[in-house]
Design a protein around this ligand. Structure first.
Ligand code: FES
Length: 97
């Protein structure tokens, strides 16, 4: 089970989640990281769920075409779309700029 740590400002929220968890789906059913995660479409279109990976990026798959289209050069700075990620390893992330 991966442990996800979500940083909001100075606060850290951490929880173990089931393998293959999508954080936007989870937030949609009012589970962690609800209400801290900003998300909207859940389809890789709006960019609202953009997050900066603080640790664990090496375990994520390469960004898909939706992430490349929405995030562009921010990918090189460690940004991903939460709605496009299914987690199987520990991850630390933030939506702070
Ligand atoms: S929620 Fe819209 S792109 Fe992820």
């Amino acid at each position: 089970m991966p442990t996800v740590t979500f940083q909001v400002g100075e606060q850290l929220f951490s929880e173990a989640v089931a393998d293959n968890t999508n954080l936007v789906v989870r937030a949609g059913i009012k589970k962690f990281p609800h209400p801290h995660l900003k998300a909207k479409c859940g389809m890789g279109k709006c960019g609202t769920c953009a997050c900066r990976i603080l640790a664990g990026a090496e375990n994520l798959p390469a960004p898909n075409w939706k992430e490349e289209k929405v995030l562009g050069p921010r990918i090189a700075a460690g940004w991903r779309l939460c709605c496009q990620l299914w987690l199987n390893h520990d991850l630390s992330l933030t939506q702070d700029r």
